[in-house]
Design a protein around this ligand. Structure first.
Ligand SMILES: *[C@@H]1O[C@H](CO)[C@@H](O)[C@H](O)[C@H]1NC(C)=O
Length: 281
């Protein structure tokens, strides 16, 4: 029987010949997802369905769990999670750690000048890439957001930086953040010049409320993004998983399919014990 097996390999970038080392043990798997509850989701979608204006939506909704976002909620047309090409859901993951800056200024706006100090933002990556902005957001910060009074001290990207990413980083297919939103005080109040509108219209998806894992390396990881294929929604819950080299090195994880001959019998499972026709008739 011919079978395809998913191979996870580490490639040494330094090597001239791109030596392939099948070292699956040296790959760590990270779930970068924050859990949410059905209640939080249904409250949110209930409000959208009734066309309620959600107060301070651009503050982000901290307890919605990890969310996949394309432009404004309810906006029609091309900015919907459901139309994101499948090949955009497997990407390289690069961490941009700006948490040292938010220590002194929790509501920091990351300007283009400052951001260009990170090589990941200065140069267009070669492969499809998800940029993960690590602001150092903590669960306790989420409780400081007051949706009723629109009080939120959330760091974010400046509009100019978002323009730069959209115009000059053609291989960046998505951006992620550990905060509940990409909008800072600079863009939050605007209806036209928000980061999410600009990125969404440029086909760059956003993932919010991402759970940063401490031992995750800043480069070399592959990310798999799995948003619900929700129609007519700008925001969808998503699972985000990273495959990373487990030592801090110049290695990168790659995924590949290989064809193998399977001579052994398939492992026993309930499927073979049960006569499905009998059950269904
Ligand atoms: C893109 O890069 C060019 C060259 O560095 C620069 O002049 C231009 O302003 C950038 N575009 C945006 C929108 O930032």
């Amino acid at each position: 029987m011919k079978e395809y097996i998913l191979l996870v390999t580490i490639i040494t970038q330094m090597s001239q010949r791109m030596k392939c080392i099948s070292e699956s043990k040296s790959i760590d798997l990270f779930d970068l997802t924050k859990p949410t509850t059905w209640r939080a989701m249904s409250r949110y979608y209930g409000a959208i369905e009734k066309h309620w204006k959600i107060p301070c939506n651009t503050c982000g909704t901290p307890h919605l769990g990890t969310g996949f976002h394309m432009g404004y909620t309810g906006s029609m047309g091309s900015m919907q999670p459901a139309i994101v090409p499948t090949e955009y859901l497997l990407s390289r993951l690069l961490v941009v750690d700006v948490s040292a800056l938010t220590e002194h200024n929790p509501a920091m706006v990351l300007t283009l000048d400052v951001a260009l100090q990170w090589p990941a933002l200065k140069h267009d990556p070669i492969e499809p890439t998800l940029l993960f902005f690590k602001f150092g957001w903590k669960e306790a910060d989420s409780w400081k957001i007051n949706m009723k009074t629109c009080n939120c001290k959330v760091p974010g990207l400046s509009f100019e930086l978002a323009e730069w990413i959209a115009a000059n980083l053609s291989h960046v297919i998505g951006v992620a953040t550990d905060t509940p939103t990409f909008e800072s005080a600079q863009t939050r109040e605007s209806s036209s010049t928000t980061v999410s509108k600009l990125l969404g219209m440029s086909g760059i998806y956003m993932i919010e409320n991402v759970l940063y894992r401490k031992n995750m390396p800043e480069q070399g990881c592959l990310a798999i993004t799995m948003p619900l294929k929700l129609l007519n929604a700008g925001y969808a819950p998503t699972r985000l998983t990273a495959f990373c080299p487990n030592s801090r090195s110049d290695r990168s994880v790659v995924l590949g399919l290989t064809k193998i001959d399977l001579h052994e019998k398939m492992p026993n499972s309930r499927l073979y014990d049960v006569n499905l026709d009998e059950i269904l008739s």
